[in-house]
Ligand binder design. Structure first.
Ligand SMILES: NC(=O)c1ccc[n+]([C@@H]2O[C@H](COP(=O)([O-])OP(=O)(O)OC[C@H]3O[C@@H](n4cnc5c(N)ncnc54)[C@H](OP(=O)(O)O)[C@@H]3O)[C@@H](O)[C@H]2O)c1
Length: 300
């Protein structure tokens, strides 16, 4: 994990600044980038995570262009849980309180592979990384009566979720693994809401966003399909696709709005609480995922 030093002085007038401090993961592209920029415009201190130096630099320019100086970019590769731990320790060292953690970084992988630490890659990046990050930052979030917001997906509805499948790399199907990891995001959120004493936990579907970077590892036909959808005029696609900025509206809403200050353990589609898949409400399954996650991260 490496980080850039925070700017020493603020360009924004005090009266326009919010006291809130928000960590957004996966802030170098798509929904996370739009979320980080909107939070910066609203005066939050933004800790923006990415995995690439070059993209973090580009994000810094965009953050500076919002007029704020209250930001920091931090680098960590979520395929390495040790990197995630370093990121958490860095944030915990620098900030006494965290008003919101937006667990947004996510990836889709066409082929099944283990990370260098021996964990299936999709579940490592999409579920275990936010699991570890949230756990290590829990006291900072609770110190602020803060919020944990996780970017899930409506695709979780198609998952046939079984704990035993989480470690599968043989017989791997990229879309199944991705849907399982997003199902895990919902189970995690519901169980986290039960376990947090002084903070809330919610998750959301940001909409179907073909223009985001998510599909870069997908098969050629899928990539072509997304490119075509992204190129079509929005009047033709508006009913079933969204922009990264539209997806970010929900993240910002859940991270900041007074309307949801006391709402916890919910799945949102836009700014409306929505039903997630029936099996996500199974408390025993939520607990089994939690225990499985604890046992995997304890060994890595
Ligand atoms: N796009 C959709 O249709 C859609 C629908 C529902 C839910 N979602 C969810 O929305 C979230 C954001 O996705 P997006 O659509 O905005 O995709 P995106 O444009 O690809 O952004 C994903 C972010 O996560 C980062 N990331 C990817 N792999 C990482 C790794 N190994 N370590 C650290 N960071 C990593 C990316 O870094 P780089 O910039 O370096 O790639 C990027 O900042 C994800 O959780 C996704 O599952 C997306």
């Amino acid at each position: 994990m490496s980080s850039r030093p925070p700017r020493e002085q603020s360009n924004s007038p005090d009266e326009n600044r919010s006291a809130s401090t928000v960590l957004v993961t996966g802030a170098t592209d798509g929904v996370g980038r739009a979320t980080a920029l909107e939070l910066a415009r609203r005066g939050a201190t933004v800790i923006a995570h990415g995995r690439s130096d070059a993209k973090a630099q580009s994000l810094e320019s965009a953050l500076a262009a919002t007029g704020t100086a209250d930001y920091e970019t931090v680098i960590a590769d979520f395929t390495e849980l040790d990197d995630v731990r370093e990121l958490a320790d860095h944030v915990a060292f620098r900030y006494d309180r965290l008003d919101a953690l937006v667990n947004n970084a996510g990836a889709f992988f066409e082929s099944g592979e283990l990370t260098a630490e021996g964990v299936e890659r999709t579940i490592a990046v999409n579920h275990l990384a936010p699991f570890v990050l949230t756990d290590r930052l829990r006291d900072r979030i609770e110190a602020a009566n803060g919020r944990v917001v996780t970017t899930a997906s409506a695709i979780h509805h198609r998952a046939e979720f079984a704990i035993a499948d989480l470690e599968t790399t043989t017989d791997y199907d990229g879309m199944d693994a991705y849907a399982r990891s997003k199902f895990a995001n919902v189970l995690f959120t519901y169980q986290l809401a039960e376990r947090l004493d002084r903070a809330t936990a919610n998750c959301f579907h940001p909409g179907f966003i073909p223009s985001s970077g998510l599909y870069r590892n997908a098969s050629l036909p899928v990539r072509l399909f997304m490119a075509v959808l992204s190129a079509l005029p929005s009047v033709l696609t508006d009913r079933f696709t969204a922009s990264a900025e539209a997806g970010a509206e929900t993240a910002v809403y859940l991270a900041t709005s007074g309307e949801v200050a006391d709402v916890t353990g919910q799945y949102f589609d836009g700014t409306e609480s929505a039903e997630s898949a029936p099996k996500t409400y199974d408390e025993a399954l939520q607990q089994r995922l939690w225990e499985w996650s604890e046992s995997v991260v304890a060994d890595v």
